[in-house]
Design a protein around this ligand. Structure first.
Ligand code: ZN
Length: 352
């Protein structure tokens, strides 16, 4: 990536619209281009030859063709940039209230379901305010570049790559350190800040867990599911963007694991909070660090969970959430040990 390349964030297009996409290719409105995108090795990439516009959290328009897309599944700066540039953006009436209700501590599922149903019973309203974005956008700002949109076909699925000019607005702290990041399903992330200090980022969301459990017996409608996913993604974004801002301010170098993202996407995409964590790990963090001039070090994941960060040549035993090293006197949290291992490996690589 050079400084003139746009920053791209990839979101999903809906399976039911695949025939429309094939029709756009057949009619020449999507033209195949020889562009290779990082992390998308064998994908086929298309450029729209028609205007690209966005009209809601789930609505993309290519010329006159309406496509369902996860427009909300972006970092806050990019999401806000899309809304700012879209004069005809429609959102559920009362989405801000719905989000506050979704994130209220101890909200019960019945109350939330009633709010959701009432909101969706009313027509969508014209509203370009990015209610679901975090207030400080993780220290980033973005300008949307709809003319640089790409459509990706990979492994039988279609994706939307929206393009942005991304900038970082964070004051650098005079003292910086090495960070290590471990990505998990739950909690979303564990970040090691210094030798021996690791913190979990992204606690469980009780209401979302409850709605998922209830979904088997009391299914939400497809439209309700779409709105809940957008709310879950927005809620997951808050601690992730807080962590990003912190790194942009204080990190000398950040270590993350080299991951098989294709395998992770298969397990994570149906779960909005986890999807936000994976998107953060795969694209928001690397791109923001690049724009801020902070080095990213990709660590070999071998034994990051099984080896002790204090005694790296010794393997311990992982039992559920705990890690038991044969030489340490106390048990460790499995994810904290992994994040501290990633940090220690990054420190060694950074010294070279
Ligand atoms: Zn140990």
């Amino acid at each position: 990536m050079s400084h003139t390349d746009p920053d791209r964030y990839v979101t999903r297009l809906f399976r039911t619209d695949y025939p429309i996409l094939q029709g756009l290719v057949a009619s020449g409105r999507l033209r195949r281009v020889a562009v290779s995108l990082p992390g998308w090795g064998k994908a086929t990439v298309f450029e729209p030859l028609v205007p690209v516009s966005v009209h809601g959290d789930h609505l993309l328009r290519l010329g006159h063709a309406d496509l369902k897309a996860q427009i909300y599944a972006l970092p806050s700066a990019a999401y806000a940039a899309v809304l700012r540039a879209s004069g005809d953006y429609r959102q559920p009436d009362g989405i801000a209230r719905l989000q506050a209700c979704f994130d209220a501590p101890k909200i019960d599922a019945a109350t939330f379901r009633a709010e959701l149903r009432a909101s969706l019973a009313r027509p969508l309203i014209l509203d370009s305010t990015p209610h679901l974005a975090t207030a400080d956008h993780g220290g980033c700002h973005a300008t949307w570049r709809p003319g640089r949109t790409l459509i990706i076909q990979s492994g039988g699925d279609w994706f939307l790559a929206l393009a942005f000019s991304l900038g970082v607005r964070v004051t650098r702290s005079p003292s910086t350190s090495v960070f290590g990041v471990d990505l998990n399903a739950d909690p979303a992330l564990c970040i090691a800040y210094s030798a021996g200090v690791a913190r979990m980022i992204g606690p469980r969301h009780a209401l979302l867990d409850c709605l998922r459990r209830e979904h088997r017996d009391r299914p939400l409608s497809p439209e309700e599911v779409r709105v809940v996913r957008a709310l879950g993604y927005a809620s997951g974004r808050v601690p992730l963007e807080g962590a990003l801002r912190d790194m942009l301010s204080r990190a000398a170098v950040v270590g993350i694991e080299k991951l098989d993202t294709r395998q992770l996407y298969a397990t994570f995409v149906e779960r909005s909070r986890e999807q936000a964590a994976l998107d953060w790990h795969v694209s928001w963090l690397p791109q923001a660090l690049y724009r801020a001039g902070i080095r990213l070090h990709r660590v070999d994941p071998a034994f990051s969970t099984q080896a002790c960060h204090r005694h790296p040549s010794h393997l311990g035993i992982v039992r559920g959430r705990t890690f038991d090293c044969p030489l340490c006197t106390e048990l460790q949290h499995r994810d904290a040990n992994a994040a501290l291992n990633i940090r220690a490996r990054t420190v060694i690589a950074h010294r070279r």
